[in-house]
Design a protein around this ligand. Structure first.
Ligand SMILES: *Cc1c(COP(=O)(O)O)cnc(C)c1O
Length: 374
């Protein structure tokens, strides 16, 4: 069986974990956490990177920092993972769902303004498959309406928009190191801060609502409870694992792009025959090969495709149930405009296996897929 995903280990993870163990600092914010944060700050160019125990946690922190109150509205795509919405619903917000573009499957920036009301507080663009949203338009809309932009860059590490790394453009951004992402620590994430006015409060929220970070830097002589917050920081064992991955990030990215390109070349003729639609990468964007997806002509064809590949021992998956049609989306959210693209593509999208080590099997997967599509 060829699984859909298989976490890649660089080989140094256990060595670094043993170093954390030997150093005797196992709580958060030790040397490995500092290595990872500095790497993110240098590579992404954000003002500050705070490691969290998941992207979900980083989004929850962002919702607190955005000062979201009961009844506030947050604009986002419906075609995304639940955490994009849940983090804001936890603070009493109404997620306002906007349709995605038919090409990149990212939030349609031309539909955002129609969704804005006096209660709107933030826009959360999701960089689907590591391909950037139209950030210039989105930042311009936000500026004109006084809104905060929080990038859900869970899938976007090492991708760029007009040469700028994803996560460096919005006021805040959230990354994921979940084992299905490109750079992993099992569970893990980071909150990236570009609006420096939010930095002090972000540190407090992450440290259980205390000014402990300032205390450790010697800026205050004792630490105490100063705000709401929770425990959002990962321990050093997780950071040690993550550091092994970051050291290899360029090599990981390169190999993923190789696998992605092989799929892309081979499915070209299928696309020309109308058997599928391949991913589209806008000229302004460089991507990180987070995902290789195909859009099939219909739900029926997708089901047959998945079954046929399963019979041949190849694991594929589909996602997402659009949030506006999920039970909680109906209860807490609101739809702005029609959801034509979201409804259609969520029934037709399928993700091919993409993990390091797959290279040897890839020719067979593609051949089987092409047979199933024809
Ligand atoms: C993976 C993912 C998340 C959640 O990441 P976790 O680290 O598992 O919390 C959120 N948003 C998007 C778009 C994702 O792909």
């Amino acid at each position: 069986m060829i699984p859909f995903n298989k976490p890649y280990m660089t080989g140094k993870e256990l060595w670094y974990i043993s170093q954390a163990h030997a150093a005797g600092h196992l709580a958060g914010d030790g040397q490995f956490t500092r290595n990872c944060s500095t790497w993110l700050e240098n590579r992404i160019g954000c003002s500050k990177a705070l490691l969290t125990h998941s992207c979900t946690a980083a989004l929850e922190m962002a919702a607190i920092l955005a000062d979201i109150r009961e009844g506030d509205e947050v604009i986002m795509p419906s075609y995304t993972f639940v955490s994009t919405a849940n983090a804001f619903v936890l603070r009493g917000a109404v997620p306002v769902f906007v349709d995605v573009r038919g090409d990149t499957l990212n939030i349609d920036e031309n539909r955002i303004e129609a969704a804005i009301t006096p209660r709107t507080k933030a826009i959360v663009p999701v960089h689907y498959a590591g391909v950037a949203c139209e950030m210039d338009s989105i930042m311009d809309i936000a500026r004109r309406h006084g809104l905060l932009v929080i990038e859900d860059a869970a899938q976007g590490i090492m991708s760029t928009y007009k040469g700028r790394p994803l996560g460096s453009i919005g006021h805040l951004a959230a990354l994921s190191f979940h084992e299905t992402k490109n750079i992993i620590s099992g569970e893990g994430g980071a909150l990236l801060i570009n609006d420096t006015s939010l930095l002090t409060r972000a540190e407090v929220i992450r440290e259980k609502g205390t000014n402990r970070s300032q205390f450790f830097r010697g800026q205050v002589d004792k630490y105490t409870w100063v705000d709401i917050g929770s425990s959002y920081l990962p321990g050093e064992i997780i950071a040690a694992f993550l550091w092994a991955q970051m050291e290899e990030a360029d090599a990981i990215n390169k190999r993923r792009l190789g696998i992605w390109s092989t799929y892309h070349q081979w499915f070209r003729s299928v696309e020309e025959n109308g058997g599928c639609r391949r991913p589209l990468i806008p000229r302004d964007c460089s991507h990180n090969a987070h995902m290789y997806y195909l859009l099939l002509p219909s739900l029926d064809k997708r089901s047959r495709f998945i079954d046929q590949l399963k019979t041949r021992g190849i694991g594929t998956v589909f996602h997402y149930v659009p949030l506006h049609s999920a039970p909680m989306g109906g209860k807490f959210g609101r739809v702005s405009g029609d959801m034509t693209h979201t409804d259609s593509l969520s029934e037709r999208l399928v993700r091919m296996p993409l993990w390091l080590g797959l290279e040897d099997e890839q020719a067979r997967i593609i051949q089987e897929a092409i047979i199933a599509l024809s």
